[in-house]
Design a protein around this ligand. Structure first.
Ligand code: DC
Length: 227
């Protein structure tokens, strides 16, 4: 048997999806694709254009018309990829608190999801990809041979985000991050379209008491079962 063509990794914010997905992709020579970047890029565009995040028609129009480009990293500043929109490098802009606070509203819109899901499916169907998000195993690539759902408590996830920000030399407030995280979890998991949940055939890994290395080792073990 050969390795699974697509590996889907879903889970809430700061469950470790990005770091772990990236490491797995590197180990097996697959493309790493973080789909949250696309929802963040649309949120950033709406912010730049002073559009109201509540204006579903305008925000959906952006998702349908803007080309989001994700490429291998061109700068060595800790990034895993470049994110470009209309020729501008927005890799770090999309990590700002303003985007964090509004991306859940933007990503709940049906039209936004339809536009971005179509792009993600095209990339996934080429194979050899580790795709990370909220609805990869349930909606984007339900045919993925290996589906992982990474979970962790809000407290542990908020602390991880807090430490990431401090490491980047940014200001951070743990309580605010936790509050924001709970609010986002609620919107992401109760939205009508493609809510955050584990696919029925996903392997659920609780990462509260596991190191990144331990989670990566467990996923590698699951991948090797296909060989
Ligand atoms: O993983 P992240 O924090 O970068 O994701 C940002 C937001 O995008 C998150 O609040 C939910 C949304 N998202 C989504 O709805 N579906 C995906 N496949 C990926 C992200």
């Amino acid at each position: 048997m050969s390795l699974p063509a697509c590996i889907a990794i879903d889970g809430p914010a700061a469950s470790g999806k990005s770091t772990i997905g990236n490491q797995i992709a590197e180990k097996i020579g697959y493309l790493y694709f973080d789909t949250g970047v696309m929802y963040r890029a649309i949120t950033w565009m709406a912010w730049q254009r002073d559009a109201s995040y509540d204006d579903e028609a305008v925000v959906t129009g952006l998702a349908e018309s803007v080309l989001i480009d994700v490429r291998p990293p061109s700068v060595e500043d800790g990034r895993d990829y470049d994110v470009l929109v209309e020729g501008k490098d927005i890799t770090w802009e999309i990590r700002q608190p303003e985007v964090d606070a509004n991306v859940s509203v933007v990503s709940a819109y049906r039209g936004v999801r339809a536009a971005l899901t179509a792009q993600q499916r095209r990339i996934g169907q080429r194979g050899q990809v580790v795709m990370v998000g909220r609805d990869i195993g349930t909606v984007v690539l339900p045919e993925a041979e290996l589906k992982i759902y990474l979970d962790a408590s809000p407290e542990v996830r908020a602390r991880r985000r807090y430490e990431e920000r401090l490491e980047r030399g940014e200001e951070a407030d743990l309580e605010m991050i936790l509050e924001n995280m709970r609010r986002r979890d609620k919107i992401d998991s109760t939205r009508e379209v493609a809510p955050l949940r584990a696919a029925e055939d996903a392997v659920v890994i609780d990462t509260d008491d596991l190191t990144i290395e331990e989670v990566v080792a467990e996923i590698e073990r699951l991948i090797r079962q296909f060989e």
